[in-house]
Design a protein around this ligand. Structure first.
Ligand code: HEC
Ligand code: HEC
Length: 377
């Protein structure tokens, strides 16, 4: 049920944005290939746009009639490329394998800088292990803060109820600076290593260096906190469980209902404990965009940019040079402004001719290009 919901969501996202599934085309079965060093979907098929120009995205025909029309149906391959989550029941978990030792080497190479030796964490980065997961595990049912508050240590081995999340998390999110860069075998190897440093067993077996983790073995992992994670949110009753849990005021707060004069003196309110306070985001996502200019100086290209081009160029959808990104635009303008005008007018790759709005006059497109270039200086 959750899965099909995701698909609907994906279609909605795709039709809202028209664009860029490229980054998500991981090798979990989606058909993709490489072209000019870039991963492309739909087997590298390109679709005609106009005058012999093509795009890797199937362009909404209405776009070419003038005006930018949002949305089109994603192709089955695009959906497949997005649909790469792994469920506790094994749905989405691909075949593959890797040993603890291979995982150890990969860990040293790609993960240790942030997650520390043996997953010790530190410096604001989460620990991936804290010794024996069975001993560190205590039921989450008792997660409220208070004198007798006692919960499991919040690391993978002790806290996470399902191992599938580990596979998926690493595959899609790690290493942090290069998500989706690992092969399936590498992910299995890293999982094997992380499971071994958490001292978890699989089917009663300890994981020594030669242990070769594959899909079948992965499916046998039973996490120690499988049933301590309250509310229990997986399975067909997941939603009901969550509702029941959160509808019972005794499960959080200080256990008493209060609508009036609640905070006389010291409030005794206790909250569900969230122990992420020592976590600092490692990277800034702030963009150093140039300051907005006053109305008087507004360029004629500004309005067109905002109505027609921003949809792709604000986010860098489909590889569009991002508005205000000096480096990206320096690369674009290196070949000379005339060539850039030409590309904006005729299209280039996933950039549609006239930005998809054929009713724009050539001069208007050029003025918009000027505006975009000027904002990235
Ligand atoms: C540049 C730093 C960096 C590198 C390198 C890195 N990670 Fe992470 N990792 C993070 C950060 C930051 C988080 C927390 C992200 C969050 O909570 O949003 C994280 C979270 C995780 C988690 C979830 C931990 C938890 O309990 O919530 C796992 C598992 C993980 N990383 C595995 C890996 C693996 C495996 C590698 C190597 C392939 C790796 N990471 C490389 C920064 C990094
Ligand atoms: C549907 C998404 C989309 C829209 C809408 C769009 N662009 Fe682009 N644009 C792109 C992409 C993708 C590229 C990168 C193409 C490449 O290098 O392969 C690009 C590249 C460009 C470039 C650089 C061309 C070069 O020489 O490398 C310019 C200039 C440009 N766009 C101007 C515009 C203008 C002006 C508009 C609005 C009138 C616009 N774009 C609307 C997607 C879009």
């Amino acid at each position: 049920m959750f899965k099909s919901y995701r698909k609907v969501l994906i279609s909605a996202v795709l039709s809202a944005a028209t664009v860029s599934t490229m980054a998500f085309a991981a090798d979990t079965g989606a058909s993709h290939t490489y072209k000019n060093g870039k991963k492309v979907i739909d087997g590298g098929v390109t679709y005609p746009i106009k005058s012999g120009k093509t795009s890797v995205y199937r362009v909404n025909e209405d776009t070419l009639k003038g005006g930018f029309t949002f949305g089109r149906k994603p192709t089955p391959n695009e959906i497949k490329a997005w649909d790469i989550d792994v469920m506790p029941d094994g749905t989405g978990l691909p075949e593959g394998h890797g040993t603890v030792e291979e995982g150890d080497d990969l860990y040293e190479e790609k993960c240790v800088v942030c997650h520390g030796d043996f997953g010790s964490g530190g410096g604001g980065y989460p620990s991936l292990a804290k010794g024996n997961a069975y001993e560190g595990q205590k039921t989450l049912k008792n997660q409220r803060t208070g004198p007798d508050m006692d919960g499991p240590i919040r690391v993978f081995g002790t806290y996470w109820p399902q191992a599938s999340t580990l596979w998926w998390y690493i595959k899609t999110g790690m290493p942090h600076p290069a998500p989706l860069s690992l092969t399936n075998d590498q992910v299995y190897a890293l999982c094997a290593y992380i499971i071994s440093i958490n001292e978890l067993k699989i089917d009663g077996e300890e994981l020594d260096d030669d242990y070769d983790l594959n899909r079948a073995k992965f499916m046998k992992i039973v996490m120690p906190n499988k049933d301590g994670f309250v509310p229990k949110i997986d399975g067909p009753k997941g939603l009901d469980n969550a509702r029941e849990f959160f509808n019972n005021y005794k499960n959080y707060g200080n256990g008493t209902r209060c609508m009036k004069d609640c905070f006389q003196g010291e409030p005794k309110l206790a909250r569900i404990k969230v122990e992420m306070k020592d976590f600092l985001p490692p990277m800034s996502v702030a963009r150093d965009l140039p300051k907005e200019e006053g109305q008087a100086k507004a360029s004629p290209g500004k309005a067109i940019y905002e109505s027609t081009c921003a949809v792709c160029h604000d986010s860098g959808a489909a590889g569009a040079p991002v508005f205000g990104d000096k480096e990206a635009w320096a690369k674009v303008t290196k070949k000379g402004i005339e060539a850039v005008y030409k590309n904006a007018l005729n299209g280039k790759g996933a950039m549609p001719p006239h930005g998809g709005k054929m009713s724009l006059k050539d001069d208007e497109v050029k003025a918009t290009v000027d505006y975009m270039v000027s904002k990235a200086k």
